[in-house]
Design a protein around this ligand. Structure first.
Ligand SMILES: *[C@@H]1O[C@H](CO)[C@@H](O)[C@H](O)[C@H]1NC(C)=O
Ligand SMILES: *[C@@H]1O[C@H](CO)[C@@H](O)[C@H](O)[C@H]1NC(C)=O
Ligand SMILES: *[C@@H]1O[C@H](CO)[C@@H](O)[C@H](O)[C@H]1NC(C)=O
Length: 616
């Protein structure tokens, strides 16, 4: 389990937030100050953080509630419409038919939803590039119950996490912290909507399609190489034909000194003299991919720069190298086309991706755009390498998200980058109930602010305080920090309303959010929403006294009844809080948190102006 969770591929990125990259996202607003975060890192701590905390390690017991009596006798209220959506075998077959077969991954179901989510986002892209039907697990694990665990166990299958994931990581912990709950994926994702965007089935549907027991679905998310390949497709006439498997080994995905991209465009192939793909010999990365290229003085200089500036180089860094070089003749570097032409002539290519979050690849933000450059011979196209496989099932082994860019690859064209951002915010959307609840809670926040815009923040404490990663240790300092950021946010919102020049991030399908045009901006002293895993009553009182509103202040008993059992799980409560914060007019979050990251992405997808989000 441990290596799965290592956040960085390179030691030098250790625990420093570099403000430079992030600033580009906010380049249109000089008023925002960039903060620093530089505390020590403990990998064992990360393991703990990633699995145990939906958000916080302990249950969030609500005082004075007697949970079982709260709910309708029908415990599967939310799941009902989903259960009615069980696909027939013919329907499953028809989803798969227009594709080349199945694509799946070894999913790390031991991680929390926000991490699992960005693994799914990348898998959607990988499956699409290979023209295959993506197979996703039919469930996720919730890691904590808002009440006693036996209460939650009445509503969802309780499992021992260590047994389910196949890890001894948690065996020494109190029993309550060893248990998790199996929640259908349809509680987190509108599957009908997802399928309307691209071919996706669940592993349980894959098993049914192959005449196997859906109960035999892998509990860890790992793709079983043998047992999923023992039965023919039920529509197969040759009953001896079991589904064939091709495994893309993990170390083929991103070998040292290569750059994984979506695909290699024709123009780039021509420039590099790539006449045909080296084929199966190259799958393990051993064969020479591009014809050899004699390095030029300029390409050597660029390559030397990658040694201390990282690989690939950012566009601006590359430009600085060109500028300071006497090797470029009379090329006018003020023109991007001229720069690109020069780079191409020296064997380098321009790639498109997203800026790191204050220097780190934790939160997989798809806001902001970043151009980078890499030597052509280092570039490997995912589609080029694996599209033509004939196997029924293609599985990419292991994990690809550690220290990698969103999508686990870079893009060779800006449009593909733009579309991927759209995929992230528009494909994996929550069920309608969650949207509806967030709308209701957002209107309650507006009531509290006298009809003005409301602002919110994520205050990660609990375990982060324990590990020394919280932004401030003392609750009063932490909430003051939040208030300072929100005061800056208030100024941003007032400025935007004055100048009325709202913009959106470069995301397919994002149109400016109208709310920001009609609601009056916040005033000093307005209450603000805080999502936090702080459980200490004194600390919570301190934070509330500063003006914070918590989920428990907004949520009524009727909401809980109407929504049903999922809100009993801390993970789903956090999910609802996240959706609420998507409605905030200004959001402040933590740069190391995928919980904050998902909010930033979803807000951007809703058309929030990039100046209305802040992370440090
Ligand atoms: C995807 O694969 C199917 C089946 O092989 C094929 O008919 C279809 O044209 C392919 N689609 C694309 C976009 O390549
Ligand atoms: C899923 O999304 C579609 C819109 O794409 C919507 O009509 C439907 O009600 C949603 N279903 C659920 C269960 O949220
Ligand atoms: C928006 O308006 C502000 C204030 O007038 C100005 O400083 C800023 O440059 C404008 N931004 C854009 C993108 O036009």
């Amino acid at each position: 389990m441990a290596p799965d969770l290592l956040p960085f591929s390179r030691p030098e990125s250790h625990a420093t937030c570099h403000p430079r990259l992030w600033r580009s996202v906010f380049r249109s607003n000089g008023a925002l100050k960039i903060g620093f975060f530089s505390t020590g890192f403990f990998l064992t701590g990360l393991v703990y953080v990633a699995f145990f905390t939906a958000y916080g390690p302990s249950s969030w017991h609500l005082p004075g509630l007697d949970p079982p009596s709260l709910f309708d006798p029908d415990p599967l209220k939310l799941a009902d419409p989903l259960l009615s959506e069980v696909l027939t075998l013919e329907q499953i077959r028809d989803i798969v038919a227009p594709t080349r077969g199945f694509f799946s991954r070894d999913y790390s179901l031991g991680l929390g939803w926000n991490n699992v989510r960005y693994i799914y986002e990348a898998a959607l892209l990988q499956a699409e590039l290979l023209n295959r039907t993506l197979v996703l697990p039919s469930f996720i694990y919730a890691r904590a119950c808002e009440y006693d665990m036996t209460v939650c166990a009445d509503y969802a299958t309780m499992v021992n996490k260590g047994d389910a994931i196949g890890s001894g990581e948690w065996s020494e912990l109190p029993i309550e912290q060893q248990m998790g709950f199996r929640i259908p994926i349809s509680a987190m994702v509108n599957i009908t909507h997802l399928r309307s965007r691209q071919p996706v089935i669940t592993a349980s549907e894959y098993l049914r399609l192959h005449g196997q027991d859906p109960e035999s679905e892998s509990s860890s998310g790992f793709w079983p190489r043998q047992s999923y390949h023992t039965h023919p497709n039920v529509f197969e006439t040759d009953k001896t034909k079991t589904p064939s498997l091709f495994v893309i080994e993990n170390h083929w995905y991103n070998p040292q000194d290569t750059v994984r991209v979506d695909f290699i465009p024709e123009e780039m192939k021509k420039r590099g003299g790539l006449e045909r793909h080296p084929g199966p010999d190259n799958y393990d990365g051993s064969a020479e991919h591009w014809p050899p290229l004699e390095p030029t003085a300029l390409s050597i200089k660029l390559a030397e720069t990658t040694v201390d500036r990282g690989f690939p180089l950012d566009w601006d860094t590359a430009k600085d190298v060109l500028k300071s070089s006497d090797l470029i003749g009379d090329v006018d570097l003020d023109y991007d086309d001229a720069v690109e032409g020069l780079l191409n002539a020296h064997g380098w290519e321009v790639l498109y991706t997203f800026p790191a979050v204050v220097g780190m690849e934790f939160a997989k933000l798809i806001v902001g755009d970043l151009r980078q450059v890499a030597p052509r011979t280092s570039i490997r196209g995912f589609k080029d390498d694996y599209h033509d496989l004939d196997a029924d099932v293609v599985v990419l082994a292991g994990e690809t998200h550690l220290g990698t860019k969103p999508g686990a690859m870079r893009f060779t064209e800006p449009l593909a980058r733009h579309r991927y951002a759209g995929k992230v915010v528009h494909s994996l959307i929550p069920p309608q109930e969650v949207f509806d609840l967030a709308e209701i809670l957002s209107s309650r926040m507006r009531q509290r602010t006298g009809g003005r815009m409301w602002m919110g923040a994520h205050m990660r404490r609990g375990d982060f305080v324990l590990f020394g990663w919280a932004m401030e240790m003392a609750p009063e300092d932490h909430v003051q920090r939040v208030k300072d950021r929100l005061a800056a946010g208030r100024a941003v919102l007032a400025d935007l309303q004055y100048s009325r020049n709202w913009t959106t991030c470069d995301i397919e399908g994002a149109t400016p959010d109208l709310e920001q045009a009609v609601l009056p901006p916040p005033q000093a002293g307005d209450p603000f929403f805080i999502a936090t895993d702080e459980r200490d009553p004194d600390a919570r009182r301190t934070i509330a006294a500063a003006g914070a509103v918590f989920m428990s202040d907004l949520l009524t008993m009727d909401d809980r009844r109407a929504f049903g059992w999922p809100l009993m799980f801390t993970d789903l409560m956090a999910f609802a809080e996240q959706q609420l914060l998507v409605h905030s007019s200004f959001f402040y979050g933590h740069c190391m948190s995928s919980f904050s990251g998902a909010i930033i992405n979803m807000r951007a997808g809703r058309g929030a102006d990039p100046r209305t989000m802040y992370i440090d």
